[in-house]
Design a binder for this molecule. Structure first.
Ligand code: ADP
Ligand code: ADP
Length: 223
């Protein structure tokens, strides 16, 4: 369970990106829907301990996230909006490297973890290829694979399906649903269908505030 209480953040330029945000997010898929500029990425980065808030608190299970960022990072899988530079390394080598950085020091353990993730994300057949050569959908699945290293209990996915074709979007949805059975997954997006198809619970954000919360069936019909 993730608890966000009265979280506020104003940037140096005066933009109030988070305005007293409170949310309780249980296990399963949770959708955060809002237009560009609503504050979703700021909220996702704050939960992921990449950025500080001015005020408020975040707790995940027993962890005070803003005070114990390292504890949270051990349980976090993060798929950022800009996954950034795609390595020329193969997916398999890259996952192995990331698993080592996550502290899986035994080579046999790493191999088991990496091969499992390649299977789960349907990348085993292309695992030898450079991630830089992947299509958008394959990159997203690689992004999920890297986020899942180390069995995170909290997974943050920021704007995942922008630019994916319908088939890839479907694959990505199926993968997320599978993952969401056991852990907290927050899916931040401006695409209504992503939330409607995947998330039993959601919140709508606008101008730094949570403006509605509930089931997609109840909320989306009122949009
Ligand atoms: P903080 O208050 O967290 O220190 P700052 O206002 O100093 O944040 O901005 C952090 C960085 O983000 C700066 O380098 C700034 O240039 C950049 N930045 C400014 N405006 C935007 C924006 N609208 N979107 C994304 N990045 C921005
Ligand atoms: P979303 O993810 O919903 O598009 P963001 O959290 O990226 O929203 O942005 C919320 C608001 O904060 C926007 O007005 C954006 O321009 C501004 N903003 C985002 N990052 C920065 C930054 N680093 N510095 C200054 N302003 C920022």
């Amino acid at each position: 369970m993730l608890e966000i209480s009265n979280l506020s953040k104003t940037y140096g330029n005066g933009v109030r990106a988070l305005d007293n945000v409170s949310l309780s997010i249980p296990k399963g898929m949770f959708g955060l829907l809002g237009p560009n500029g609503a504050g979703k990425s700021t909220l996702m980065r704050t939960i992921s301990t990449l950025q500080n808030a001015d005020k408020g608190s975040i707790t995940f299970n027993d962890i005070d996230v803003l005070k114990e960022p390292r504890e949270l990072r051990r349980q976090l899988g993060y798929l950022p909006q800009d996954f950034g530079v795609y390595p020329r390394m193969s997916a398999r080598a890259m996952l192995d490297h990331l698993a080592l950085l996550k502290g899986i020091s035994n080579a046999k353990d790493r191999k088991r973890v990496v091969e499992g993730l390649l299977e789960q994300t349907n990348l085993a057949k292309v695992a030898k290829k450079a991630v830089a050569s992947y299509s958008g959908g394959m990159r997203q699945r690689f992004g999920i694979a890297q986020a899942l290293i180390g069995d995170p209990q909290l997974i943050i996915v920021d704007e995942p399906t922008a630019g994916l074709d319908p088939e890839e979007r479907n694959r990505f949805h199926n993968l997320l649903s599978e993952i969401g059975e056991n852990v907290v997954v927050i899916l931040s997006t401006h695409i209504v269908e992503d939330v409607a198809d995947l998330c039993p619970l959601m919140a709508i954000m606008n101008r730094g505030q949570i403006v509605a919360e509930g089931s997609p069936a109840a909320l989306i019909s009122s949009l």
